[in-house]
Design a protein around this ligand. Structure first.
Ligand code: UD1
Length: 459
């Protein structure tokens, strides 16, 4: 099978993904476009939006469809570019997919003889491509995956993924920029992660479900997206306990089968709009988002003077939860340190810095999960923010009067931070290279427009 992938030099901008024989996919905004966002500020966010499905939960769920030859139907898969990339990768690996009329997508990895290789051209645009390593090794006994690219936020090794696969009995070789694994059948083991890694925990979870015997994973990441993946795997017939805690136990089974699974809401997307509410003196309700998944942000918002009302998943008339944030008269400054879940998410750090530019006083924001995750700072400073960084700490002096500029960022969450800054800046802020935003936010301009912002996508 030959896959034609245009190189970024010729521009992926208007590239429409190849469809598998049975795919009748919707046309989605997942091309790598050179569009910009024009934001006419200042504006106030007011209204209700529905949270999209979580990009970071849907990605491993798609990878998990490699583990069975039976159909797996996933609903609430967000139409964002990273998911389109994962779908292309799965198609390359022989997985057929079809969009069902009810909005779910049905995946079927029926042909075990297909390619086991995740090529550089796909992996370089999205680090999460390495999530196919575990399922391919477990089901097909072989995988060849390019070492990942992804957001430019530090070195981001995958040594823990590889050490875990070795512990499960796979041989792992690194050659020519590719990781190659082989195993007749993986064997249950006890493995302790040296750092709690989200992708590593997901990869090993997917590998261990088809191993012989019992696997115990220690010092696991505890993010809600891991719990969601475990829920899908259990629906497919896996035996897993402890997902969401630091120790996960998996009793291997011989085969997995069909399942239907709704992906959880995107807590980072919800958090971004709720921060927008606080920053713009607004009043925003995000429907379909569980407050338990956003506790550290919501606590911080209350402390700085915003009003937060929420319904947990399943309560009242909110089956998936609901969160409302109303801005107070003035916002106070509050320090923040990122940490693995249940700490404050690194994926909201940049947006929180945008918020702190509008708070009265000085705050310190410390990034502990990734190095080099302050790329938004020089751009915020160009807009008038008063921020100084020293190592992993940013010192922000608020309240700053922001003004419009043409800005751009080289990663997803940094781009979201600049959009938030644009909402409070005087004049027309132009956020360039929004293909980063399109990796993870479902049509951000439409959601902002629904909240009353004057934002347009300009090609
Ligand atoms: C996932 C999320 C990303 C989020 C991050 C941390 C997805 C698709 N992406 O990324 O949005 O910012 O979690 O919440 O879910 N590390 C190692 N060795 C490894 C693996 C990781 O040292 O083998 C380090 C990383 O460099 C980083 C830390 O562990 O410093 C956390 O990374 P990890 O949790 O693996 O992040 P991702 O799964 O890549």
């Amino acid at each position: 099978m030959m896959l034609v992938i245009p190189s970024p030099e010729v521009g992926l901008d208007r590239y429409t993904p190849r469809r598998t024989a049975r795919s009748r996919g919707r046309t989605l905004p997942y091309e790598l476009s050179m569009d910009k966002l024009h934001i006419h500020g200042p504006c106030r966010l007011d209204g209700t939006i529905r949270a999209s499905g979580a990009k970071n939960a849907a990605l491993p769920c798609l990878a998990a469809t490699l583990l069975t030859d039976e159909p797996v139907a996933l609903s609430r898969v967000p139409p964002v570019r990273d998911l389109a990339t994962m779908r292309r990768l799965l198609a390359h690996l022989g997985v057929e997919s079809e969009d069902r009329h009810d909005g779910a997508t049905v995946f079927r990895a029926a042909s075990p003889g297909s390619l086991d290789e995740a090529p550089y051209e796909l992996v370089k645009t999205m680090r999460a491509s390495c999530l196919v390593l575990g399922p391919l090794t477990a089901r097909r006994g072989h995988a060849r995956v390019s070492l990942p690219g992804g957001c430019a936020i530090g070195v981001r090794p995958i040594d823990q993924h590889l050490a875990g696969l070795e512990a499960l009995g796979a041989t792992v070789r690194l050659e020519h920029g590719y990781v190659e694994t082989r195993a007749k059948r993986l064997r249950g083991t006890r493995f302790r992660f040296s750092v709690p890694t989200v992708g590593g925990t997901e990869n090993l979870l997917m590998a261990a479900v088809l191993a012989t015997g019992t696997t115990v994973l220690e010092n696991c990441a505890r993010e809600p997206e891991i719990v969601d993946l475990a829920r899908l795997l259990s629906a497919m017939g896996a035996r897993i306990s402890g997902a969401g805690s630091s120790t996960i136990e998996i009793e291997g089974v011989d085969r997995l089968g069909a399942a239907e699974h709704p992906v959880i809401a995107d807590r980072i997307e919800a958090g971004t709009y709720l921060i927008g509410a606080a920053m713009t003196q607004g009043d925003v309700t995000v429907d379909g988002s569980d407050p338990a998944d956003l506790a550290p942000l919501l606590e911080a918002l209350v402390e700085i003077g915003a009003q937060v009302d929420s319904l947990p998943r399943g309560a009242g008339d909110a089956p998936d939860g609901r969160i409302r944030v109303r801005a107070g008269e003035r916002l106070g400054a509050r320090d923040m340190t990122t940490a693995p879940h249940p700490g404050f998410p690194t994926d909201l750090q940049a947006q929180y810095q945008a918020l702190m530019t509008q708070a009265e006083g000085i705050s310190h924001v410390r990034e502990t999960v990734f190095e080099n995750r302050f790329q938004h700072v020089p751009e915020l400073v160009r807009m008038g923010a008063r921020i100084r960084t020293r190592g992993s700490v940013a010192r922000i002096r608020g309240k700053a009067r922001l003004s419009d500029a043409t800005v751009m960022a080289t990663d997803l969450r940094a781009s979201a931070c600049l959009v938030l800054a644009g909402l409070v800046a005087e004049g027309t802020t132009i956020v360039d290279r929004i293909y980063h935003l399109d990796r993870g936010y479902e049509r951000m301009e439409l959601k902002l427009q629904a909240l009353g912002a004057r934002v347009e996508r300009v090609g």
